[in-house]
Design a binder for this molecule. Structure first.
Ligand code: SF4
Length: 354
């Protein structure tokens, strides 16, 4: 018999399963709310579903909450979690708790979409380890649900308000699962997180950018650009050899033509690339593109040899873009003292096990 992952099921799928096992339709709605809205972690917590019905449901639905292996807290409110999956693999996700820095009620979770990553970006701890597997819908949604569960034990009113698919893995290489997870997280009877409060970040998987434009789920798109020069980007993001900047920019233009949505271009700045000529090349590349540039000072990652950029040089870099009429912001540095760069916590934990 087909066993489905409870946290990955839509309400309609649960209705279908309840029908097959002769349970009333309202059980499906109760189940969906316990799991997706109240974020419970056990069958026993579903108080209005009787023991016999729970047992029947268990025969068709597996329920594996993520196991919290480690939690790190930063002074700025950022919390980083290392979760163990049912097969023993581990993933990271981060809660950026903006409530403590003045902008009330904004709680963003940075979600992982794969165990490891095949892209192998030179600046990324996850990329150093290679690809292990895609996450299921239940495992993607589960990160938001389990963070909600843990934080609500201290703050019962806690709600996740924003999601960025920017953790471990390339979300557009796990496209179908990510899109289904988005629908679940957006569901009114679930976490009810607005589509426009979710952002997919990609290193530039061109066919999937076009597909996302056509499917147009109204989520935000961020492209990790990092440099305007193919010869540099080939080394930083090996995916660039397959989809060089010319093709990537054409796909971005098509995306904005179809969706009328502005793209965020992420540029990681290091001590090595925070240069006037880099900024000028970026300004030329983005001329006429409906977008916004987000400058990110890198967190140093062991093994990559990259250093943080000088803040004054960062300001000059931003000014070159602004003078060219490009909108620019600098991402707040968050959780630097807790190994906040993607993959660092997992790398550190695995190192301790050796
Ligand atoms: S930065 Fe993203 S796409 Fe690149 S290796 Fe890391 S996880 Fe993969």
């Amino acid at each position: 018999m087909d066993i489905r992952e409870l946290r990955g099921c839509s309400e309609d799928e649960l209705i279908e399963i309840c029908k097959e096992i002769s349970l009333k339709r309202f059980r499906a709605s109760q189940l969906f709310q316990w799991v997706q809205q109240k974020a419970v972690r056990t069958w026993e917590e579903m108080k209005n579903i009787g023991g016999r019905d729970r047992q029947t449901l268990c025969s068709r639905l597996s329920f594996y909450p993520l196991e919290k292996v480690r939690e790190q807290r930063s002074k700025d409110g950022t919390r980083k979690y290392l979760f163990r999956l049912n097969d023993g693999e581990t993933i990271e996700c981060v809660l950026m708790d903006y409530a403590r820095t003045g902008s009330r009620d904004r709680h963003t979770v940075c979600v992982s979409t794969q165990v490891g990553c095949a892209v192998g970006c030179a600046f990324c701890a996850t990329g150093l380890e290679g690809f292990r597997r895609n996450l299921s819908v239940a495992e993607i949604v589960g990160q938001v649900l389990d963070i909600t569960y843990y934080v609500r034990r201290e703050d019962p009113d806690f709600l996740v308000t924003n999601i960025v698919f920017m953790g471990m893995g390339e979300p557009l290489l796990n496209y179908d699962q990510v899109l289904q997870a988005i629908l679940l997280l957006n569901h009114r009877q679930g976490q009810n997180i607005g589509m426009r409060r979710m952002t997919i970040s990609t290193c530039g998987v061109v066919p999937r950018i076009i597909q996302l434009a056509k499917d147009n789920p109204q989520v935000g798109l961020a492209v990790s650009l990092h440099t305007a020069r193919d010869e540099v980007r080939n080394d930083l993001i090996p995916m660039n050899r397959r989809y060089p900047l010319g093709r990537l920019m054409a796909a971005c233009r098509e995306y904005t033509q179809i969706t009328h949505r502005r793209i965020t271009f992420e540029v990681a700045l290091t001590a090595g690339n925070v240069k006037q000529e880099e900024a000028e090349a970026l300004a030329r590349l983005l001329k006429g593109q409906f977008g916004h540039v987000n400058l990110i000072p890198v967190n140093p990652v062991a093994g990559t040899g990259m250093e943080r950029p000088d803040p004054e040089l960062m300001r000059r870099f931003a000014r070159v873009l602004e003078d060219a009429g490009i909108s620019v912001s600098s991402r707040e540095e968050r959780g630097a003292e807790i190994d906040a760069a993607c993959g660092q916590l997992r790398q550190q934990w695995e190192g301790e096990l050796k």
